[in-house]
Design a protein around this ligand. Structure first.
Ligand code: NAD
Length: 291
C-alpha cells in the first residue's frame, strides 16, 4: 500500500477507509471477471417480507454486484410465506447451475425458522459463510467461504499493512456471524495473531484490551471501547452498529480512541462497506469453485 495516500485522523491514526478499500476491491473483482472472459456469475438474494432496512441492504448488494461485473437475481417473498414456500424457493436456487451464490437476508419474519433454510445451501454457494457446514470448513481449513464481516477486517489489515504475526488481538463478541470466525481468521497459520475472545461476561475488559495490538469490537454496545482500552498505536476495528438518538453509532468512541490508536475504522464507512465487498469476492470465488 502507498501509505502516502492514506488519510489520518486529527490524532494522527491511519483512517482505515472501508468505502475506499471496498471500491478498490470491487474494481479488482470486475477486472478478474473480465480477464476470465466475462462469464455470467450470479448472486441470488432472497428477501422474505418488506422490512425496509433489509430492502436497503439487498438493493445495495445488487448495486455493488453490478459494479463488480456480477449478475444478480432477486427472489422477494411475501412476509406471510410458509416455511415450505421459503425452503422451496431456496432449493430452486440451490438446484440452478446458473446461480453461484445464495444470500438469504436475515432476520426472517417471526414464525419462520432460518436454520432449515440455511441448511439447504451447499457450502460453495453459501457466500455469506453462515451455515454450519461453512463454519466447519473454516475450522478445518477446507475450501469454502468465511463470513463477510470478519473477512473484510482481514482485507483491511492487509491493505493497511498492519502486521499480524506475533501480534496480540482481542475480539469482543462471540457470535457465529462475526466474533467466532474473526478469532479463527486472526489465529490462522500465516496470519498468526494470538487471539483473546472477550464477551459479555468478560471480567475487566479494559485490562484484557489494554495489551492488544489489534482490537475488533463486535458487541453491538454503543461506545463500549474508549481510550482506556487502547494501547497507543493499536489497530481498532469497529463492527458494532447501534441505533441511538444521535443516529447510528459504533462500539468505539471514535473521537477519543483516534487520539491513541495507530489505525482506526470510521463508523459508518469502515467495516460495513467491506462486508459487501467481501460478499462479491466470495461470489466470484464460488463461481471459480463451481466451474
Ligand atoms: P450478537 O448480538 O450475536 O453478539 C454480540 C456479542 O457481543 C455477544 O457474544 C456478547 O457476549 C458480546 N457482548 C455484548 N455486550 C458486551 C459487552 N458489554 N462487553 C463485552 N462483550 C459484549 O451480535 P453480532 O451479530 O455479532 O453483531 C454484533 C454487532 O455488529 C451488532 O451491533 C451488529 O449490528 C453489528 N454488525 C455489523 C456488521 C458490519 O458490517 N459492520 C456486520 C454484522 C453485524
Amino acid at each position: 500500500m502507498n501509505i502516502n495516500d492514506t488519510d489520518r485522523t486529527p490524532g494522527g491514526a491511519i483512517l482505515m477507509d472501508g468505502n475506499k478499500v471496498r471500491d478498490e476491491l470491487i474494481v479488482d473483482i470486475a477486472k478478474r471477471v473480465a480477464a476470465d472472459g466475462s462469464p455470467k456469475i450470479c448472486l441470488a438474494t432472497v428477501l422474505v417480507g418488506d422490512d425496509k432496512p433489509s430492502q436497503v441492504y439487498v438493493r445495495s448488494k445488487q448495486r455493488k454486484a453490478a459494479e463488480a461485473g456480477l449478475e444478480s437475481r432477486h427472489i422477494g417473498l411475501d412476509g406471510a410465506s410458509s416455511q415450505t414456500q421459503v425452503q422451496d424457493a431456496v432449493q430452486e436456487l440451490v438446484d440452478d447451475p446458473a446461480v453461484h451464490g445464495i444470500l438469504v437476508q436475515l432476520p426472517l419474519p417471526d414464525g419462520l425458522d432460518p436454520e432449515p433454510v440455511l441448511d439447504l445451501i451447499p457450502p460453495i454457494k453459501d457466500v455469506d459463510g453462515l451455515t454450519e457446514r461453512s463454519m466447519g470448513r473454516l475450522v478445518r481449513n477446507k475450501p469454502g467461504h468465511a463470513p463477510c464481516t470478519p473477512t473484510g477486517i482481514m482485507r483491511l489489515l492487509e491493505r493497511y499493512d498492519i502486521a499480524t504475526s506475533g501480534s496480540r488481538a482481542v475480539v469482543i463478541g462471540r457470535s457465529t456471524l462475526v466474533g467466532l470466525p474473526q478469532v479463527l481468521l486472526l489465529g490462522r497459520k500465516g496470519v498468526d495473531a494470538t487471539v483473546t475472545l472477550a464477551h459479555s461476561r468478560t471480567a475487566d475488559l479494559v485490562e484484557v484490551c489494554a495489551g492488544a495490538d489489534i482490537i475488533v469490537a463486535a458487541a453491538g454496545t454503543a461506545g463500549l471501547i474508549g481510550a482506556e482500552h487502547v494501547k497507543p498505536g493499536a489497530a481498532v476495528f469497529d463492527v458494532g452498529i447501534s441505533r441511538t438518538e444521535d443516529g447510528i453509532v459504533g462500539d468505539v468512541r471514535f473521537d477519543e480512541v483516534q487520539a491513541v490508536a495507530g489505525a482506526i475504522t470510521p463508523m459508518p464507512g469502515g467495516t460495513g462497506p467491506m462486508t459487501i465487498a467481501c460478499l462479491m469476492e466470495n461470489t466470484y470465488n464460488a463461481a471459480r469453485m463451481l466451474a
